[in-house]
Design a protein around this ligand. Structure first.
Ligand SMILES: C[S@@+](CC[C@H](N)C(=O)[O-])C[C@H]1O[C@@H](n2cnc3c(N)ncnc32)[C@H](O)[C@@H]1O
Length: 225
């Protein structure tokens, strides 16, 4: 995980609160405390008999080492996985397709959107893309520039943005920091939106996240997938 210096933290916090947003609302989610991203991935691999897995952003292999599958690739410019590249460079060089892709690299809206759109190009038919950290519970956890160690970033904006795409079916499961689930097929619930994504504030998310992200519980997910 990227390091964050003390001065940088303080500077970014004041910068964010003065120039971007200062809002103190806090959300409480019903994340299961006994079911995590690796459990969901194991469930999907078994259910769909998936053979190949790509993880973008591996850190210390907390997840990557738990994945049991015929073929797995982990991409990270700093640590973990088995390919030492940024996701952009990886996708530029890549020519292989995957059944399941887990996106958990740089948690900044534009980069996550790019990672999702690149992943779509390398997804097998019947494949799934998962996106970690979609559900921040307070302003600081989603602030860019970052000022907190525990950080989801503004991944949620990439989900809101692509929920408007008529060819991507997207849900977000209320578990493990919020996991987006994306299929390359017709969107059955297009999000109608008028505000430019870059103008969205955490307060908008706080008031509308269930609709923005199309939030489902783990039980609902298991009925759909
Ligand atoms: C939150 S950690 C990943 C955690 C891991 N996937 C897990 O489930 O525990 C994010 C990782 O993304 C990596 N990263 C940062 N920028 C990246 C980029 N442009 N492409 C790929 N990985 C990136 C960081 O080096 C860091 O190791």
């Amino acid at each position: 995980m990227e390091k964050l210096g003390r001065i940088e933290k303080i500077y970014n916090k004041f910068y964010y609160k003065i120039f971007i947003e200062n809002f103190s609302g806090k959300l409480t989610y019903k994340f299961p405390n006994n079911y995590f991203r690796w459990d969901l991935i194991e469930y999907l691999i078994k259910k769909y008999n998936y053979q190949s897995y790509l993880e973008i952003g591996c850190d210390k292999n907390q997840l990557f080492s738990k994945i049991n599958i015929m073929h797995k690739i982990g991409v990270d410019p700093v640590s973990g996985g088995n390919i030492r590249k940024t996701s952009d460079v990886f996708f530029k060089d890549n020519n292989e397709k995957f059944d399941l892709i887990f996106i958990d690299g740089l948690h900044i809206y534009n980069q996550v959107k790019k990672d999702i759109l690149n992943s779509i190009k390398f997804l097998n038919d019947n494949g799934l893309i998962l996106v970690h950290d979609c559900m921040p519970d307070n302003l600081g956890k989603q602030a860019v520039p970052r000022y907190k160690m525990q950080w989801n970033g503004d991944v949620w904006k990439a989900i809101v943005d692509l929920r408007q795409n008529e060819n991507l079916e997207i849900f977000t499961c209320e578990m493990d920091q919020g996991i987006g689930i994306i299929q390359n097929k017709k969107n059955t619930s297009i999000l109608k939106f008028t505000k430019p994504i870059n103008e969205l504030k955490f307060k908008d998310y706080y008031e509308n996240y269930k609709e923005y992200l199309r939030v489902i519980s783990l039980e609902e997910l298991k009925k759909i997938f």
